[in-house]
Design a protein around this ligand. Sequence first.
Ligand code: ACO
Length: 381
Amino acid sequence: MMQADTEVHKGLEGVIVSESSVGFVDGQAGRLVYRGFNIETLAARSNYEEVAYLLLYGHLPNQKEFENFKATLRSTMELNTDTVDLIKSIGHKAHPMSVLRTVVSYIGAKDPKSNSTDLKDQEEMSLRIMSKFPAIVGTIARASKGLNPVRPDPKLGYAANFLYCSTGSRPDAEQEKIMDTCLILHADHGSNASTFSALVTIATLADMYSAVTSAISTLKGPLHGGANELALETIKKVGKPENAEQVLSKMLANKEKIMGFGHRVYKVYDPRARILKGFAESVTHKNGKEVLFQTAEQMEKVMISKLGEKGIFPNVDFYSGMVYDSLGFESNMFTPIFALARVAGWTARSLEYVKDNKLFRPKAKYVGEIGPKDYIEIQKR
Ligand code: ACO
Protein backbone atom coordinates (compact mmCIF):
# COMPACT_ATOMS: atom_id res chain seq x y z
CA MET A 1 0.00 0.00 0.00
CA MET A 2 1.37 3.43 -0.93
CA GLN A 3 1.28 6.47 1.33
CA ALA A 4 -1.66 8.83 0.89
CA ASP A 5 -1.04 11.21 -2.00
CA THR A 6 0.34 14.59 -0.95
CA GLU A 7 1.40 17.53 -3.06
CA VAL A 8 5.20 17.83 -3.28
CA HIS A 9 6.74 21.33 -3.32
CA LYS A 10 10.11 20.46 -4.78
CA GLY A 11 12.80 22.81 -3.49
CA LEU A 12 10.09 24.24 -1.19
CA GLU A 13 9.17 26.51 -4.10
CA GLY A 14 6.38 28.88 -3.08
CA VAL A 15 6.20 27.51 0.47
CA ILE A 16 6.25 30.22 3.14
CA VAL A 17 8.22 28.89 6.12
CA SER A 18 8.72 31.98 8.26
CA GLU A 19 7.85 35.62 8.81
CA SER A 20 10.58 38.23 8.54
CA SER A 21 10.85 41.99 8.64
CA VAL A 22 14.53 42.02 7.63
CA GLY A 23 14.17 42.29 3.88
CA PHE A 24 11.81 41.83 0.97
CA VAL A 25 12.30 40.80 -2.64
CA ASP A 26 9.61 41.65 -5.17
CA GLY A 27 10.56 39.40 -8.06
CA GLN A 28 7.92 40.75 -10.42
CA ALA A 29 8.67 44.44 -9.85
CA GLY A 30 12.46 43.92 -9.58
CA ARG A 31 12.58 45.51 -6.15
CA LEU A 32 14.85 44.69 -3.20
CA VAL A 33 14.09 46.24 0.17
CA TYR A 34 16.04 46.10 3.45
CA ARG A 35 13.83 47.06 6.42
CA GLY A 36 11.75 49.36 4.19
CA PHE A 37 14.65 51.01 2.34
CA ASN A 38 15.11 50.50 -1.39
CA ILE A 39 18.45 48.91 -2.23
CA GLU A 40 19.19 51.79 -4.64
CA THR A 41 18.89 54.31 -1.79
CA LEU A 42 21.17 52.34 0.52
CA ALA A 43 23.69 51.69 -2.25
CA ALA A 44 23.89 55.40 -3.06
CA ARG A 45 23.79 56.89 0.44
CA SER A 46 24.72 54.40 3.13
CA ASN A 47 27.70 52.16 3.91
CA TYR A 48 28.01 48.47 4.71
CA GLU A 49 28.45 48.80 8.47
CA GLU A 50 25.35 51.00 8.72
CA VAL A 51 23.39 48.54 6.57
CA ALA A 52 24.55 45.64 8.77
CA TYR A 53 23.28 47.56 11.81
CA LEU A 54 19.98 48.21 10.02
CA LEU A 55 19.53 44.53 9.19
CA LEU A 56 20.44 43.39 12.70
CA TYR A 57 18.56 45.96 14.76
CA GLY A 58 15.75 47.12 12.48
CA HIS A 59 16.55 50.84 12.25
CA LEU A 60 19.31 53.10 11.00
CA PRO A 61 21.67 53.91 13.88
CA ASN A 62 22.02 57.40 15.32
CA GLN A 63 25.57 58.73 15.59
CA LYS A 64 26.19 57.27 19.06
CA GLU A 65 24.74 53.86 18.20
CA PHE A 66 26.83 53.78 15.04
CA GLU A 67 30.07 54.69 16.80
CA ASN A 68 29.42 52.01 19.45
CA PHE A 69 28.63 49.43 16.79
CA LYS A 70 31.79 50.20 14.83
CA ALA A 71 33.88 50.16 18.02
CA THR A 72 32.45 46.74 18.94
CA LEU A 73 33.24 45.37 15.50
CA ARG A 74 36.73 46.80 15.51
CA SER A 75 37.52 45.52 19.02
CA THR A 76 37.51 41.89 17.86
CA MET A 77 38.59 42.25 14.22
CA GLU A 78 42.07 40.76 14.62
CA LEU A 79 42.75 37.08 14.05
CA ASN A 80 44.69 34.99 16.57
CA THR A 81 47.96 33.48 15.44
CA ASP A 82 46.51 29.97 15.41
CA THR A 83 43.68 31.08 13.10
CA VAL A 84 46.19 32.69 10.74
CA ASP A 85 48.31 29.50 10.89
CA LEU A 86 45.26 27.39 10.05
CA ILE A 87 44.51 29.57 7.01
CA LYS A 88 48.14 29.38 5.90
CA SER A 89 48.23 25.60 6.33
CA ILE A 90 45.30 24.92 3.99
CA GLY A 91 44.84 28.19 2.12
CA HIS A 92 47.24 27.54 -0.73
CA LYS A 93 45.62 24.29 -1.84
CA ALA A 94 41.93 24.23 -0.84
CA HIS A 95 39.14 26.30 -2.44
CA PRO A 96 38.75 29.57 -0.47
CA MET A 97 35.13 28.66 0.36
CA SER A 98 36.30 25.41 1.96
CA VAL A 99 38.88 27.38 3.94
CA LEU A 100 36.28 29.94 5.02
CA ARG A 101 33.90 27.20 6.18
CA THR A 102 36.70 25.56 8.18
CA VAL A 103 37.88 28.81 9.76
CA VAL A 104 34.43 29.93 10.97
CA SER A 105 33.87 26.48 12.43
CA TYR A 106 37.31 26.61 14.09
CA ILE A 107 36.74 30.03 15.63
CA GLY A 108 33.40 28.79 16.91
CA ALA A 109 34.99 25.75 18.52
CA LYS A 110 37.31 28.09 20.43
CA ASP A 111 34.64 30.56 21.58
CA PRO A 112 33.74 29.71 25.19
CA LYS A 113 30.23 31.11 24.63
CA SER A 114 29.51 28.89 21.62
CA ASN A 115 27.43 26.38 23.58
CA SER A 116 25.12 29.07 24.87
CA THR A 117 21.59 29.31 23.52
CA ASP A 118 21.05 32.66 25.21
CA LEU A 119 19.88 35.28 22.71
CA LYS A 120 22.30 37.95 23.92
CA ASP A 121 25.20 35.50 23.50
CA GLN A 122 23.98 34.60 20.01
CA GLU A 123 23.92 38.31 19.15
CA GLU A 124 27.43 38.80 20.50
CA MET A 125 28.63 35.78 18.52
CA SER A 126 27.11 37.35 15.39
CA LEU A 127 29.11 40.53 15.94
CA ARG A 128 32.31 38.61 16.64
CA ILE A 129 31.89 36.60 13.43
CA MET A 130 31.12 39.72 11.40
CA SER A 131 34.03 41.65 12.90
CA LYS A 132 36.54 39.00 11.87
CA PHE A 133 35.22 38.43 8.37
CA PRO A 134 37.29 41.14 6.56
CA ALA A 135 40.53 39.77 8.03
CA ILE A 136 39.49 36.13 7.51
CA VAL A 137 38.49 36.55 3.87
CA GLY A 138 41.43 38.89 3.17
CA THR A 139 43.90 36.45 4.75
CA ILE A 140 42.39 33.60 2.72
CA ALA A 141 42.84 35.68 -0.47
CA ARG A 142 46.52 36.19 0.35
CA ALA A 143 47.14 32.62 1.51
CA SER A 144 45.70 31.26 -1.75
CA LYS A 145 48.53 33.13 -3.51
CA GLY A 146 51.15 32.11 -0.93
CA LEU A 147 51.33 35.64 0.53
CA ASN A 148 51.80 36.52 4.20
CA PRO A 149 48.83 38.00 6.10
CA VAL A 150 48.27 41.71 6.67
CA ARG A 151 46.75 42.74 10.00
CA PRO A 152 43.51 44.75 9.80
CA ASP A 153 43.70 48.47 10.52
CA PRO A 154 41.14 49.63 13.12
CA LYS A 155 41.01 53.03 11.42
CA LEU A 156 39.53 51.51 8.27
CA GLY A 157 35.92 50.50 7.66
CA TYR A 158 34.68 47.01 6.82
CA ALA A 159 35.10 47.18 3.03
CA ALA A 160 38.39 49.11 3.15
CA ASN A 161 39.82 46.71 5.71
CA PHE A 162 38.89 43.75 3.57
CA LEU A 163 40.68 45.30 0.58
CA TYR A 164 43.66 46.18 2.78
CA CYS A 165 43.89 42.64 4.25
CA SER A 166 43.61 41.17 0.73
CA THR A 167 45.95 43.39 -1.25
CA GLY A 168 48.24 44.83 1.42
CA SER A 169 47.53 48.38 0.17
CA ARG A 170 45.02 50.89 1.45
CA PRO A 171 42.32 51.29 -1.21
CA ASP A 172 41.57 54.64 -2.84
CA ALA A 173 38.17 56.24 -2.26
CA GLU A 174 36.69 54.85 -5.48
CA GLN A 175 37.84 51.27 -4.82
CA GLU A 176 36.45 51.48 -1.29
CA LYS A 177 33.11 52.86 -2.52
CA ILE A 178 32.76 50.11 -5.15
CA MET A 179 33.62 47.34 -2.67
CA ASP A 180 31.37 48.83 -0.01
CA THR A 181 28.45 49.05 -2.43
CA CYS A 182 28.99 45.47 -3.62
CA LEU A 183 28.78 44.37 0.02
CA ILE A 184 25.55 46.36 0.55
CA LEU A 185 24.01 44.77 -2.56
CA HIS A 186 24.80 41.25 -1.30
CA ALA A 187 23.98 41.77 2.40
CA ASP A 188 20.55 40.11 2.37
CA HIS A 189 18.21 38.48 -0.08
CA GLY A 190 15.12 36.88 1.36
CA SER A 191 14.84 33.22 2.14
CA ASN A 192 17.57 32.10 -0.24
CA ALA A 193 19.28 28.70 0.09
CA SER A 194 22.15 29.76 2.36
CA THR A 195 19.95 31.88 4.62
CA PHE A 196 17.45 29.05 4.89
CA SER A 197 20.29 26.74 5.76
CA ALA A 198 21.34 29.11 8.57
CA LEU A 199 17.75 29.17 9.86
CA VAL A 200 17.47 25.38 9.84
CA THR A 201 20.64 25.20 11.96
CA ILE A 202 19.84 28.00 14.41
CA ALA A 203 16.34 26.58 14.89
CA THR A 204 17.89 23.48 16.47
CA LEU A 205 19.31 25.94 19.05
CA ALA A 206 22.80 25.37 17.72
CA ASP A 207 25.14 28.34 18.03
CA MET A 208 25.63 31.18 15.53
CA TYR A 209 28.99 29.81 14.32
CA SER A 210 27.22 26.59 13.34
CA ALA A 211 24.48 28.55 11.54
CA VAL A 212 27.03 30.62 9.60
CA THR A 213 29.10 27.51 8.81
CA SER A 214 25.98 25.85 7.37
CA ALA A 215 25.23 28.96 5.34
CA ILE A 216 28.78 29.13 3.95
CA SER A 217 28.56 25.44 2.92
CA THR A 218 25.31 26.13 1.10
CA LEU A 219 26.56 29.30 -0.58
CA LYS A 220 29.47 27.34 -2.08
CA GLY A 221 27.40 25.62 -4.77
CA PRO A 222 27.39 26.88 -8.39
CA LEU A 223 23.62 27.32 -8.44
CA HIS A 224 23.90 29.85 -5.61
CA GLY A 225 27.01 31.88 -4.69
CA GLY A 226 29.35 29.93 -6.94
CA ALA A 227 27.68 31.26 -10.09
CA ASN A 228 29.71 34.49 -10.35
CA GLU A 229 32.94 32.54 -10.71
CA LEU A 230 31.47 30.56 -13.60
CA ALA A 231 29.74 33.60 -15.12
CA LEU A 232 33.06 35.39 -15.63
CA GLU A 233 34.54 32.18 -17.05
CA THR A 234 31.72 32.08 -19.62
CA ILE A 235 32.21 35.76 -20.51
CA LYS A 236 35.93 35.09 -21.04
CA LYS A 237 35.11 32.00 -23.08
CA VAL A 238 32.82 34.03 -25.34
CA GLY A 239 35.79 36.40 -25.65
CA LYS A 240 34.36 39.18 -27.82
CA PRO A 241 30.90 40.63 -28.55
CA GLU A 242 30.73 39.16 -32.08
CA ASN A 243 30.93 35.61 -30.64
CA ALA A 244 28.03 36.00 -28.21
CA GLU A 245 25.21 34.91 -30.51
CA GLN A 246 26.98 31.78 -31.77
CA VAL A 247 28.46 30.57 -28.45
CA LEU A 248 25.27 31.13 -26.47
CA SER A 249 23.06 29.50 -29.13
CA LYS A 250 25.28 26.43 -29.04
CA MET A 251 25.25 26.27 -25.22
CA LEU A 252 21.48 26.69 -25.10
CA ALA A 253 21.00 24.04 -27.80
CA ASN A 254 23.06 21.70 -25.56
CA LYS A 255 20.67 22.58 -22.70
CA GLU A 256 23.50 24.23 -20.75
CA LYS A 257 22.63 26.79 -18.08
CA ILE A 258 24.30 30.14 -18.70
CA MET A 259 25.67 31.24 -15.34
CA GLY A 260 24.68 34.71 -14.21
CA PHE A 261 21.22 34.52 -15.79
CA GLY A 262 17.89 33.58 -14.30
CA HIS A 263 16.67 33.70 -10.74
CA ARG A 264 14.24 31.78 -8.57
CA VAL A 265 12.52 34.99 -7.50
CA TYR A 266 13.34 37.73 -10.03
CA LYS A 267 11.49 37.32 -13.29
CA VAL A 268 12.65 40.77 -14.40
CA TYR A 269 16.05 42.51 -14.33
CA ASP A 270 17.74 41.99 -10.94
CA PRO A 271 18.10 45.51 -9.42
CA ARG A 272 21.51 44.57 -8.01
CA ALA A 273 22.74 43.58 -11.48
CA ARG A 274 21.74 47.01 -12.80
CA ILE A 275 23.97 48.78 -10.22
CA LEU A 276 26.82 46.30 -10.72
CA LYS A 277 26.62 46.75 -14.48
CA GLY A 278 27.40 50.46 -14.00
CA PHE A 279 30.44 49.61 -11.86
CA ALA A 280 31.56 46.93 -14.34
CA GLU A 281 31.47 49.46 -17.16
CA SER A 282 33.52 52.06 -15.27
CA VAL A 283 36.15 49.68 -13.82
CA THR A 284 36.74 47.83 -17.08
CA HIS A 285 37.05 51.18 -18.87
CA LYS A 286 39.70 52.23 -16.33
CA ASN A 287 41.80 49.09 -16.52
CA GLY A 288 41.59 48.56 -20.26
CA LYS A 289 39.34 45.47 -20.09
CA GLU A 290 36.47 47.12 -21.98
CA VAL A 291 36.13 44.10 -24.23
CA LEU A 292 35.01 42.02 -21.24
CA PHE A 293 32.21 44.47 -20.51
CA GLN A 294 31.22 44.79 -24.16
CA THR A 295 31.11 40.99 -24.48
CA ALA A 296 28.94 40.73 -21.37
CA GLU A 297 26.61 43.44 -22.61
CA GLN A 298 26.18 41.63 -25.92
CA MET A 299 25.59 38.32 -24.08
CA GLU A 300 22.89 40.09 -22.07
CA LYS A 301 21.20 41.27 -25.29
CA VAL A 302 21.33 37.78 -26.81
CA MET A 303 20.00 36.10 -23.66
CA ILE A 304 17.15 38.58 -23.25
CA SER A 305 16.15 38.16 -26.89
CA LYS A 306 16.12 34.38 -26.51
CA LEU A 307 14.88 33.89 -22.94
CA GLY A 308 13.54 37.23 -21.76
CA GLU A 309 9.98 36.13 -22.33
CA LYS A 310 10.61 33.26 -19.89
CA GLY A 311 11.72 35.80 -17.28
CA ILE A 312 15.44 35.14 -17.70
CA PHE A 313 17.57 38.27 -17.16
CA PRO A 314 21.05 38.93 -15.72
CA ASN A 315 21.23 38.22 -11.99
CA VAL A 316 23.59 39.67 -9.36
CA ASP A 317 26.32 37.22 -10.35
CA PHE A 318 26.63 38.25 -13.98
CA TYR A 319 28.47 41.53 -13.51
CA SER A 320 29.85 41.13 -9.96
CA GLY A 321 32.68 38.82 -11.06
CA MET A 322 33.87 41.38 -13.58
CA VAL A 323 33.95 44.05 -10.88
CA TYR A 324 35.93 41.84 -8.47
CA ASP A 325 38.26 40.80 -11.28
CA SER A 326 38.96 44.46 -12.00
CA LEU A 327 39.66 45.08 -8.30
CA GLY A 328 42.39 42.41 -8.60
CA PHE A 329 40.66 39.34 -7.16
CA GLU A 330 41.10 35.83 -8.50
CA SER A 331 37.80 34.23 -9.48
CA ASN A 332 37.96 31.70 -6.62
CA MET A 333 37.54 34.67 -4.22
CA PHE A 334 34.22 35.82 -5.67
CA THR A 335 32.04 33.57 -3.52
CA PRO A 336 33.96 34.33 -0.28
CA ILE A 337 33.33 38.03 -1.04
CA PHE A 338 29.63 37.20 -1.33
CA ALA A 339 29.85 35.54 2.11
CA LEU A 340 31.66 38.58 3.51
CA ALA A 341 28.55 40.59 2.68
CA ARG A 342 25.83 38.03 3.36
CA VAL A 343 27.00 37.37 6.93
CA ALA A 344 24.82 40.37 7.91
CA GLY A 345 21.68 38.83 6.44
CA TRP A 346 22.46 35.34 7.78
CA THR A 347 22.95 36.55 11.34
CA ALA A 348 20.10 39.13 11.29
CA ARG A 349 17.60 36.56 10.05
CA SER A 350 18.89 33.84 12.38
CA LEU A 351 18.51 36.12 15.42
CA GLU A 352 15.05 37.14 14.24
CA TYR A 353 13.96 33.53 13.69
CA VAL A 354 15.26 32.12 16.95
CA LYS A 355 13.36 34.77 18.96
CA ASP A 356 10.16 32.99 17.93
CA ASN A 357 11.71 29.63 17.27
CA LYS A 358 10.23 26.55 15.65
CA LEU A 359 12.32 23.54 14.65
CA PHE A 360 12.16 22.83 10.91
CA ARG A 361 10.78 19.41 10.10
CA PRO A 362 9.36 19.18 6.58
CA LYS A 363 8.10 15.87 5.25
CA ALA A 364 9.25 13.82 2.28
CA LYS A 365 6.73 11.86 0.28
CA TYR A 366 7.76 8.21 0.40
CA VAL A 367 7.75 6.68 -3.08
CA GLY A 368 9.68 3.49 -2.25
CA GLU A 369 8.37 -0.01 -1.65
CA ILE A 370 6.23 -0.28 1.46
CA GLY A 371 6.92 -3.98 2.13
CA PRO A 372 7.34 -5.67 4.49
CA LYS A 373 10.04 -7.55 2.55
CA ASP A 374 11.82 -10.68 3.71
CA TYR A 375 15.32 -10.13 5.08
CA ILE A 376 17.77 -12.47 3.32
CA GLU A 377 21.11 -13.20 5.01
CA ILE A 378 24.07 -11.65 3.15
CA GLN A 379 25.55 -15.02 2.14
CA LYS A 380 22.33 -15.93 0.32
CA ARG A 381 21.82 -12.68 -1.65
N1 ACO B 1 20.54 29.55 -18.78
C1 ACO B 1 19.77 28.92 -19.69
N2 ACO B 1 18.47 28.64 -19.46
C2 ACO B 1 17.94 29.00 -18.28
C3 ACO B 1 18.71 29.66 -17.30
C4 ACO B 1 20.04 29.93 -17.60
N3 ACO B 1 20.82 30.55 -16.73
N4 ACO B 1 17.94 29.89 -16.22
C5 ACO B 1 16.73 29.37 -16.50
N5 ACO B 1 16.73 28.84 -17.74
C6 ACO B 1 15.61 28.20 -18.42
C7 ACO B 1 15.13 27.00 -17.61
O1 ACO B 1 15.84 25.82 -17.99
C8 ACO B 1 13.68 26.95 -18.00
O2 ACO B 1 13.61 26.39 -19.31
P1 ACO B 1 12.35 25.49 -19.75
O3 ACO B 1 11.19 26.45 -19.81
O4 ACO B 1 12.76 24.98 -21.09
O5 ACO B 1 12.21 24.42 -18.72
C9 ACO B 1 13.30 28.40 -18.13
O6 ACO B 1 14.51 29.09 -18.43
C10 ACO B 1 12.67 29.01 -16.90
O7 ACO B 1 13.53 28.80 -15.80
P2 ACO B 1 13.05 29.13 -14.33
O8 ACO B 1 12.00 28.16 -13.93
O9 ACO B 1 12.70 30.56 -14.27
O10 ACO B 1 14.38 28.90 -13.49
P3 ACO B 1 14.52 28.17 -12.11
O11 ACO B 1 13.72 28.91 -11.09
O12 ACO B 1 14.24 26.72 -12.27
O13 ACO B 1 16.06 28.30 -11.83
C11 ACO B 1 18.15 29.21 -11.38
C12 ACO B 1 16.64 29.44 -11.30
C13 ACO B 1 18.53 27.92 -10.65
C14 ACO B 1 18.86 30.38 -10.69
C15 ACO B 1 18.52 29.13 -12.88
O14 ACO B 1 18.11 30.29 -13.53
C16 ACO B 1 20.01 28.90 -13.07
O15 ACO B 1 20.48 27.77 -12.95
N6 ACO B 1 20.76 29.99 -13.39
C17 ACO B 1 22.20 29.86 -13.58
C18 ACO B 1 22.92 29.83 -12.24
C19 ACO B 1 22.98 31.19 -11.59
O16 ACO B 1 23.28 32.20 -12.23
N7 ACO B 1 22.73 31.19 -10.27
C20 ACO B 1 22.78 32.39 -9.45
C21 ACO B 1 21.42 32.77 -9.00
S1 ACO B 1 21.47 34.24 -8.05
C22 ACO B 1 22.13 33.76 -6.57
O17 ACO B 1 22.00 32.67 -6.10
C23 ACO B 1 22.87 34.76 -5.84
